[in-house]
Design a protein around this ligand. Structure first.
Ligand code: PLP
Length: 450
């Protein structure tokens, strides 16, 4: 490596996030220089199909000029303003109005933050606030799911079921965070158990936990419609239909974490629609701005909003907010993103290409390394196994997922290994032809790893 090169400066100074820092030190990083459609090119001139849309987020690919122009126009008109102290600006009002119009029923109030983590963190604070204001101060525990992912703040990493994000960070914090099992039917379904029976067992486990802890102590369940960071795990049939009545019976809120699923990823505007979820709060981010600007939106119901009004009367103000929450440039980009989704019928496009995507990846089931392929819309997970018949996983130390990821990279494809699960969430604009190319490169990566 040349001294004073970009890669040398990277190694010397930049702490990469969610990274094996030892491997980074030994091998360096791929530094991406530019993008075009679903492709990105690194500083060495190598081109990749970005089958993860960055971090499940660049829905309109990497070269949408309209979003750059919307940002520029807003920067010239009003580059910054906030929504504190009875002030505000048009882009945040218009985007809130738009989101309320397209939100699942009953979620007509919007709080803007910058990231998915912040929006989930805000959801946690608001839930505690809501229960204090409505005279239920003992109702504070939150339920997450093993391998669920809700963010990186102290509270959201506690709620997530990702051990590597908790170990040595002194998390989970306190007694308020509970977890139920991971709903991966392929991996955890028992011998002879149908998918529906597995869902019923998951629901019974939830109810048993609530009864053990006391329903009066539990405030909310957080769930991603499709678990992303857990390995692109689609819920087993009937799962949310069985879980929601239990929550309602115990006066427990449902928070849908749509940070990945929101805005068309599952073939509907919301993952909630795909799986019949009726949440009390909805967390969105990523595809809200196609990730050209950092922005998240927490959508809340009327009763929760009423508690904020009451709390504000009690304390003199609603005591929550971020300097950059609802940044005008991000909101302008969000408005333009939603306009593009509608004009180009992005959801119709996702539905049209989804069979090509799911069948193309589904064909990998024949590969000796592949145990399961699952997905919906334009999100899929491929589970690698040592023994297909026995569904036996590889020993973690073998790092087979990482090997496949590396071989895919060499074949010009960026995918994400989550243990031995390979996740795919390409930009929503991907064409059938590009999907064919993506699958070809994936097969080459699998073959090279075999
Ligand atoms: N929730 C889900 C479901 C996510 O997938 C992510 C990030 O991938 C987050 C929350 C955290 O979002 P952010 O990285 O914007 O803080």
């Amino acid at each position: 490596m040349r001294p004073n090169s970009l890669h040398a400066a990277d190694l010397a100074h930049l702490v990469h996030q969610q990274t094996d820092l030892g491997a980074h030190e030994a091998e360096g990083a791929i530094l991406i220089a530019r993008g075009n459609g679903v492709r990105v090119t690194d500083t060495e001139g190598r081109e990749y199909i970005e089958a993860m849309a960055g971090l499940w987020c660049a829905s309109l690919g990497f070269s949408e000029r309209r979003l750059a122009e919307a940002a520029y126009k807003q920067m010239l008109a009003l580059p910054y303003y906030h929504t504190f102290f009875q002030k505000g600006h048009e882009p945040s009002v218009r985007l809130a109005e738009k989101l309320a119009a397209i939100a699942p029923e009953g979620l007509g109030h919007v709080l803007f933050q910058c990231s998915g983590s912040e929006a989930n963190d805000a959801a946690i604070k608001l839930i505690w606030y809501y229960n204090n204001i409505r005279g239920k101060p003992g109702k504070k525990k939150l339920i997450g799911r093993v391998r669920g992912y809700h963010g990186n703040t102290v509270a959201t990493a506690s709620l997530s079921g990702q051990p590597h994000m908790q170990a040595d960070f002194d998390l989970p914090l306190g007694e308020r965070f509970l977890h139920i099992s991971n709903p991966n039917y392929y991996r955890f379904g028992q011998e002879g158990e149908s998918e529906e029976q597995f869902s019923a067992r998951m629901a019974a486990e939830l109810e048993a936990l609530i009864e053990r802890e006391g329903g009066e102590t539990i405030a909310a369940l957080f769930a991603e419609p499709v678990q992303g960071g857990g390995g692109a795990i689609t819920p087993p049939r009937g799962y949310f239909d069985l879980i929601q009545p239990i929550l309602r019976r115990h006066d427990i809120l449902l928070v849908a974490d749509e940070v990945i699923c929101g805005f068309g990823r599952t073939g509907n505007l919301w993952g909630c629609e795909t799986y019949g979820m009726r949440p009390d709060m909805l967390v969105s981010a990523k595809q809200l701005t196609a990730s050209y600007q950092p922005l998240s939106a927490l959508l809340i119901s009327d009763p929760i909003h009423a508690a904020l009004m009451e709390g504000s009367r009690k304390h003199g103000s609603f005591g929550h907010g971020f300097t950059y929450g609802g940044h005008p440039v991000a909101c302008a980009v969000g408005l333009e993103t939603l306009a593009i989704y509608e004009e180009r019928d992005i959801i119709g496009h996702v539905r049209a290409v989804s069979p090509v995507f799911l069948e193309g990846l589904g064909a990998m089931r024949e590969h000796p390394l592949v145990g399961d392929v699952r997905g919906v819309g334009l999100i899929a997970g491929v589970e690698l196994v040592a023994d297909k018949e026995a569904k036996a996983p590889f020993p973690p130390a073998a790092k087979v997922g990482l090997l496949v990821q590396e071989k895919c990279q060499a074949a010009g494809l960026i995918v994400r290994a989550i243990g031995d699960r390979i996740a795919f969430t390409p930009p929503l604009i991907i064409t059938a032809e590009e999907i064919g190319e993506m699958c070809g490169r994936f097969r080459a990566g699998l073959d090279a790893a075999w």
